[in-house]
Design a binder for this molecule. Structure first.
Ligand code: HEM
Length: 404
């Protein structure tokens, strides 16, 4: 039986807690959401239904598929975010994805291993000698932001700017003040306009140069596609990884028996990374899909133009697929979670995300044998800036001994 859920089930920050989702999923994997008049919306909560929907070509990611009133807003100049592979259907999606996916194949990403290890060690070396540190500020955010900035070939010293633009420009355009979106977009375009011009005059062996070549050879048909792709890589390349590192460290510190197992058998770290992504993945929901035609998902008829929200968190805790899904188990096998998505939009950066997870957790466990929470577990707060992103506000930890 399907329920009609209040809009907050999707829109409220840190929304859709596991227990509420579990109850609803047990009734039916698909439910209608009560959106304001003019929009129909649905939530898909079960693993199989989410996996099918992620690969369903009738669910569009283009803003052009939105109902008119939303489309007008989404076409505003301030929306730079929607001109890249993440917001396209074939054949545009195939065209926009190719220059990006080439750069993220596992073979190329493996070459980053020594440099990522170096950045991790430098960040840990910079922790205060004793006392507390916010692991998000001091580690989980700067690590992926440095990695993706270096890989793109953009000035790492401007990391705070990238973080700020990333924060504003990934907000929901239907809820965030348009003037702030516009101001951040203008700054972003001015900054990257200069950088792209410099790089065009002096091409190098880095991802930004590859993207500029893509613009000059006509893969990107206008400048907006180029800048939008840079923006997506910056945002997708750091927030998701930061959430994984924060959520994962918190999970391990709150499950001492799993932490002990991992300290005793560090070879289990890659498996622990998958379990962290399943249990508390970096995004509660996949990005928005729109029904490009009337369709049926499970038992539910979905009219053309509907918003379809796919719950990655709901899929990750589905008892139809995972035995005892509320158990956090670093040895879980098999573990075919959907935390990187599925189908044509499967995360391009998954090899880079996994590599950073493997190296970061291995090094934190090896170098910080006393690492512990500096607050009670119930004081750890979830981020409240977006309903999509599943990450922590802060993670205060006591560092303790620091080994070389
Ligand atoms: C733990 C880390 C990460 C997680 C959990 C994650 C998660 C995801 C998910 C769920 C999607 C699919 C969204 C959808 O279909 O609605 C996605 C797409 C994407 N991710 Fe990641 N991501 C991570 C790291 C990265 C990194 C490091 C990059 C590198 C820049 C990246 C770049 C992208 C891009 C470009 C897409 C769009 C792909 C497309 O639409 O074809 N991600 N990611």
């Amino acid at each position: 039986m399907t329920d009609t859920l209040p809009a907050e089930f999707f829109t409220a920050p840190g929304a859709s807690p596991h227990e509420a989702t579990a109850e609803l999923r047990a009734k039916c994997p698909v439910h209608r959401i009560d959106y304001p008049p003019g929009a129909e919306a649905y939530a898909v909560l079960g693993h199989q239904a989410v996996a099918e929907a992620l690969g369903d070509p009738r669910l569009s990611k283009r803003v052009e598929s939105l109902p008119t009133r939303y489309r007008e807003k989404a076409h505003a100049d301030s929306l730079l975010m929607v001109r890249n592979l993440g917001f396209a259907d074939p054949p545009e999606h195939t065209r926009l994805r190719k220059p990006v996916s080439r750069a993220f194949v596992p073979g190329r990403i493996a070459g980053l291993r020594p440099r990522i290890q170096e950045i991790i060690d430098e960040l840990i070396d910079a922790f205060p000698e004793s006392g507390e540190v916010d692991l998000l500020d001091a580690f989980a955010l700067p690590l992926p932001l440095t990695v993706i900035s270096e890989y793109l070939g953009i000035p790492v010293c401007d990391r705070p700017l990238f973080q700020q633009w990333g924060y504003v420009l990934s907000q929901d355009p239907f809820q965030y003040p348009e003037s702030e979106l516009k101001a951040a977009t203008d700054e972003f375009l001015a900054y990257f306009g200069r950088l792209v011009a410099e790089r065009r005059a002096n091409l190098r062996d880095d991802l930004l140069s590859d993207l500029v070549r893509g613009r000059d050879s006509g893969v990107f048909v206008n400048d907006r596609e180029l800048y939008s792709t840079i923006l997506l890589l910056l945002i997708a390349g750091h927030k998701t990884v930061a959430n994984m590192l924060g959520n994962g460290t918190a999970l391990l510190l709150c499950h001492p028996e799993q932490l002990a197992k991992l300290r005793a058998t560090p070879e289990l770290v890659p498996s622990a990374v998958e379990e962290i992504l399943r249990y508390e993945g970096s995004a509660s929901w996949a990005s928005l899909r729109i029904a490009a035609q009337d369709l049926r998902l499970g038992e539910v008829e979905i009219p053309e133009g509907s918003f379809v929200h796919l719950s990655l968190a709901g899929a990750g805790h589905d008892p139809e697929v995972y035995e005892d899904p509320e158990r956090f188990d670093v040895t879980r096998y098999p573990n075919h979670h959907l935390a990187f998505g599925h189908g044509p939009h499967f995360c391009v950066g998954a090899p880079l995300g996994r590599l950073q997870g493997e190296l970061a957790f291995t090094t934190l466990l090896r170098r910080l044998p006393d690492l512990a929470l500096a607050v009670a577990p119930e004081e750890i707060a979830w981020l409240s800036d977006s309903s999509l992103s599943r990450g922590l506000e802060a993670l205060p930890v006591r560092v303790g001994r620091r080994l070389p």
